[in-house]
Design a protein. Structure first.
Length: 165
């Protein structure tokens, strides 16, 4: 007997996560999507894991281009997250970004960025599990993360920042 989807979503909404945007370029087309299933997989070699819906246009671009970026959003990134979560084709409209040495679109306002080469793709229900080898990574030590919790965006509290700062 399987759990009801509404109950499953409610349970999963209790896990606070950072907010990331996967970016990809193939030919002259830059594209991206907001993802919440992202994590480190291995330190040696440095690998990350990200899950993307099977019907996502990005999967085809990743397969063709073999490289992609992960942009971890800072606390001002809610509008970016919403823009890249939409179904619009022109997600890079009015978005400040640069192309890396690997020709990967990197968002200029990201808290941290990771450039990856596709290593593997595995089936995962209605998603694909993408494994990427980390080619380069950068971090902005002066910004704070955007957090997603209970189906809404939030920021770390000043009290928590004092504790971890």
């Amino acid at each position: 007997m399987s759990i009801e989807q509404a109950n499953f979503r409610e349970v999963l909404s209790q896990l606070a996560t950072g907010v990331s945007i996967l970016t990809v370029k193939y030919g002259s087309l830059c594209h991206g999507i907001t993802v919440n299933s992202f994590c480190s997989l291995s330190l040696e070699p440095p690998l990350i894991l990200v899950c993307i819906r099977e019907d996502s246009f990005c999967l085809n671009l990743i397969e063709k281009g073999r490289t992609f970026g992960i942009n971890i959003l800072d606390e001002t990134g809610e509008d970016l997250s919403r823009q890249f979560a939409s179904r619009t084709a022109s997600k890079f409209t009015n978005v400040s970004y640069r192309l890396s040495r690997e020709d990967i679109p990197i968002l200029n306002t990201a808290l941290a960025t990771i450039e990856c080469r596709l290593v593997n793709r595995y089936p995962g229900g209605d998603h694909s599990i993408i494994v990427g080898e980390v080619l380069n990574a950068e971090v902005d030590h002066y910004s704070q993360p955007l957090v997603y919790f209970r189906r809404g965006y939030t920021r770390l509290s000043a009290e928590l920042l004092k504790f971890v700062g």
